[in-house]
Design a protein around this ligand. Structure first.
Ligand code: XMP
Length: 509
């Protein structure tokens, strides 16, 4: 395995992705990891990530410098390289102007990490500091026009440094360089596959749960569905899934799940119809945060009441993913400020003394999809776009009424059908409709209309932290708009949301 020490770079998850794409397991830890902990992990190699700080700043993140004496190969990237160089007696200084973007890399010799890499190729730079002098034992292995020390090595100690970012796709042969580090230098083997992960997880869950029972909040999204299937394969009927219909789900949501998970895969699922309870509590509520709080609170109530009926349940399973875990260990991470109070299905009720099972906590979203495939989950569920816990309640701006829910459900269904038919569903992070709290004048068959407006939102994103509005073809947008206005009663205008995140958010409420 490879240990990645996180100095706060925005590209950290990319480093981990690249390593795992090579079928090598890796984990990300904070800079304060101790040498004893590193020894216990016994990594084959260590990667020091980049980061936004300057090494000579007072509170810049640092690791124990004994990491360079463990005999484990180390690759420092950008800030990680600065940390290594200055810890070992070299000099790092501010260059006065930042270097950001493409640069041509001039490689001295095609050996070491540059084995098989062409002598001239582009790399991606993003730094404010540079190395002025290398410590004894190091030599320069590559330069660019602006940066003399773009790459360096201490061959005897297997210490490597890149000023540029091999993990971003803009560095043409970055993946090859990382592969050279993993396989030639660290001697890693390609053992990280979803097949091996599934086998190990199933065994681990079995021995952890023994003869006890597990409860899981099933939302219909890919994460909780994969957890359900993994647990089902592992402990069968000792798993009970609870699906709460909160009245603000999409069209046919519960029915579709019943068919795929309950009937086809024989999962033990309890469907709770709590529509009336939720919709009554939401009546006349227009404030987005109030809507979110009501739904979060009621969900917990309903879930807990149901969970209590399951005798002998010792465990609660959750679909926590690796990015959530990294967030809390990152040098500069930690929980970001609350922009919206997120409600996640399956959150641990405070007074329930259940132990947690989080089998996906080492996986990225795309790995979860691969795992789903490995476990035989239906394509439709595997490729499901994320859907927020508070559902359509936060996509109906203003009051939530039966009529407005019916309108949005029909629009949403039609929109997804068109997006799927046009081959865009998998390419988009999310695509959905929002019902606005205003009306506009229109004309239909010589008649004046005064009806609702619907906004279409379609975004591309890697992790929902940032997102771009999708440049959907005008022809497709035209067809969607035409169909909505013609087929959904109560809508006479469609608009397209062209804002990115930040400064907007993906959902409107
Ligand atoms: P925003 O709107 O904050 O959304 O840009 C980021 C991502 O999170 C989803 N989202 C939620 N997911 N519970 C969830 O499980 C929630 O309360 C919630 N609110 C937003 C949103 O759909 C997007 O993918």
């Amino acid at each position: 395995m490879i240990l990645i020490i996180d100095f706060g770079s925005q590209y950290n998850q990319l480093i981990a992705r690249r390593v795992r794409e090579c079928h090598v397991y890796c984990r990300i830890d904070a800079p304060d990891i101790t040498v004893a902990e590193i020894k216990a992990l016994n990594p084959d190699g260590i990667i020091l990530s980049g980061g936004p700080a300057s090494i000579y700043e007072k509170n810049s993140p640092k690791s124990d410098t004994a990491v360079f004496d463990l005999g484990i190969p180390v690759l420092g990237i950008c800030y990680g390289m600065h940390f290594m160089i200055s810890a070992l007696g070299g000099v790092v200084e501010g260059v006065g102007r930042r270097e950001y973007g493409f640069s041509e890399l001039n490689i001295k010799k095609a050996d070491g990490l540059f084995q098989g890499v062409s002598k001239k190729s582009t790399c991606w730079m993003s730094h404010g500091d540079s190395i002025r002098r290398l410590p004894r034992g190091f030599k320069i292995t590559a330069s660019t026009a602006n940066t003399k020390i773009a790459a360096a090595v201490h061959a005897k100690k297997n210490l490597f440094g890149f000023q540029y970012h091999p993990e971003v796709a803009h560095t043409q042969m970055g993946k090859k360089m990382l592969r050279n580090f993993l396989f030639d230098v660290c001697g890693c083997r390609r053992t990280w596959t979803m097949k091996s992960f599934a086998r190990r997880s199933i065994e681990e869950i079995r021995s952890k749960v023994a003869d006890k029972k597990v409860i899981l909040g099933l939302s219909g999204g890919v994460d909780s569905s994969v957890v359900a299937l993994l647990l089902h394969k592992s402990i069968g009927k000792q798993l009970t899934c609870i699906f709460v219909d909160n009245g603000v789900l999409r069209k046919d949501e519960a029915r579709k799940l019943k068919v795929t998970l309950k009937q086809q895969l024989n999962l033990n699922i309890r469907f709770i119809n709590a529509k009336t309870l939720f919709l009554r509590a939401l009546a006349k509520v227009t404030d987005p945060e109030k809507k979110r709080k009501i739904i979060g609170r009621l969900f917990m109530q309903v879930f807990e009441a149901e969970a209590r009926k399951i005798k002998g349940a010792d465990f609660l399973a959750q679909g926590t993913l690796y990015p959530d875990v990294i967030e809390s260990v990152s040098a500069f991470g930690g929980p970001t400020s609350v922009i919206k109070s997120h409600h996640n299905v399956g959150g641990l009720p405070k007074n329930m003394k259940l132990k947690l099972i989080e089998p996906l906590k080492y996986l990225f979203k795309d790995e979860v999809r691969l795992l789903g495939k490995e476990l035989g989950l239906e394509q439709d569920l595997i490729w499901r776009q994320p859907f927020p816990g508070p559902g359509l309640a936060i996509r109906i701006l203003g009051e939530i009424t039966h009529r407005r829910l019916t309108i949005l459900r029909s629009v949403d269904d039609l929109l997804l059908e068109e997006i799927k038919n046009a081959g865009y569903y998998k390419k988009l992070w999310q695509s959905f409709a929002v019902l606005l709290p205003i009306k506009s004048v229109g004309v239909m068959g010589d008649q004046r209309t005064y009806e609702n407006i619907v906004a279409i939102r379609a975004v591309t994103s890697k992790d929902a932290m940032t997102a771009d509005w999708a440049k959907l073809p005008h022809k497709l947008l035209g067809r969607i708009s035409n169909r909505i206005i013609n087929e959904v009663n109560g809508v006479n205008r469609v608009v397209y949301d062209i804002s990115s995140k930040p400064p907007s958010t993906i959902e409107w409420e």
